[in-house]
Design a protein around this ligand. Structure first.
Ligand SMILES: [Fe+2]
Length: 363
């Protein structure tokens, strides 16, 4: 439409920000659309009061009440495309039923614990930091190991796939050869086996006189896959703070999952080292903090979730820029889900909310 530059600004976004100003990226469609950079005299997160629902929220999901069925997630945030929840199955146990989600694909991120997931395609062992992507309609059953078990769960109404790598080339971020798929192990047991199918959020129980995981072979390009967050190789620039969308790991309809893993800080003296302020006009942003030291967020611990709805700003906490100056690498593992439709926190989320989170941008 047009490109204008008026008043005090820097021609290169995120580099050489004018003295005494705070850069705000005011952009459409995540980090891909029309955009302006605004140079404020005050940090846009410097509010003194917020009345109403459009506010940054944080949830201590480790404290989320155990779901009635520990093998199903309790959901925290949801919209018509995606639901984000948490599951805390018991250690050393096997789900008493086989499960099939007819409502969508599931991505399980193993925050803590280990075990084996049996599937139509065969079993896969999993451990801390693994993503398990389960296509809609696949029969699965979890068996957990001996340590404490905590899984982040993203349920997508539409198919979960890999992002376009574009100019990065097909082997960037992670080579698809790192995606592990199961090898069939057909069961021949006879007896009584229950399969629960979730469709439109209601369970149907189907009983079989034989073990339902009886596949002796499979072929094709649709299966359960596993990849660990440590297999994600981030891209960076020493001279420019790249938008978080470069960390895209999986995409669904109406959302994207990104992995934040350790990477070197920018070394150019003028380049911004911390995320810029933005009000994310078209995306709600959810971040799950998995491990490490979360440099841009004060008092943030592993197992917490932040929710930054579009409309109101978010950005680094006041001390983050100073802290980043003394370090050479980020040391954080986090999973971000950005959604294009507004998310609503559930009543369970409200119960584990850190209610003063909106105040944490104060010095
Ligand atoms: Fe953001």
């Amino acid at each position: 439409m047009f490109h204008e530059s008026k008043g005090k600004y820097t021609p290169q976004a995120h580099v050489g920000i004018p003295e005494g100003t705070y850069e705000d990226e005011h952009g459409r469609n995540g980090f891909y659309g029309r955009v302006s950079h605004l140079y404020h005299k005050n940090p846009p997160t410097g509010w003194s009061k917020i009345d109403g629902k459009c506010r940054p929220q944080a949830f201590n999901i480790i404290e989320l009440a155990q779901n009635k069925d520990p093998w199903q997630p309790g959901f925290l945030l949801e919209n018509r495309d995606v639901k984000i929840g948490f599951m805390k199955p018991k250690e050393n146990s096997t789900c008493p039923y086989f499960f099939r989600n007819a409502d969508g694909d599931n991505v399980y991120f193993i925050h803590k614990g280990e075990g084996t997931i049996e599937t139509d395609f065969g079993p896969l062992k999993y451990s801390r930091g693994d993503y398990l992507v389960i296509p809609k309609g696949t029969t699965i059953r979890f068996s957990t190991g001996s340590s404490e078990q905590k899984y982040l769960v993203v349920e997508s109404r539409a198919e979960v796939n890999l992002p376009e790598k574009g100019l990065l080339g097909k082997h960037a971020l992670f080579d698809i050869a790192n995606l592990e798929t199961p090898k069939p192990e057909a069961h021949e047991d006879k007896g009584t086996f229950e399969l629960k199918i979730k469709r439109q959020n209601e369970m149907t129980t189907v009983t079989y006189p034989f073990h339902p995981l009886d596949v002796v072979g499979w072929k094709g390009d649709l299966s359960v896959v596993k990849i660990n967050i440590k297999d994600f190789r981030p891209v960076g620039s020493h001279r420019y703070h790249l938008a978080p969308s470069v960390h895209s790991t999986f995409v669904g309809s109406g959302f994207v999952v990104c992995s934040f893993v350790p990477r070197p800080f920018e070394t150019d003296s003028e380049a911004t080292r911390v995320p810029f302020y933005h009000r994310n006009i078209d995306c709600d942003e959810v971040i799950f903090y998995h491990d490490g030291d979360f440099f841009s967020r004060k008092n943030m611990g592993a197992g917490m979730v932040t929710f930054h709805p579009f409309g109101i700003h978010h950005g680094p906490h006041p001390k983050a820029a100073e802290t980043a100056k003394s370090k050479t690498m980020t040391n954080e593992y986090a999973v971000m889900v950005d959604t294009y439709q507004p998310l609503s926190p559930t009543s369970d989320a409200t119960k584990c909310e850190w209610v003063d989170y909106w105040q944490t941008w104060k010095e």
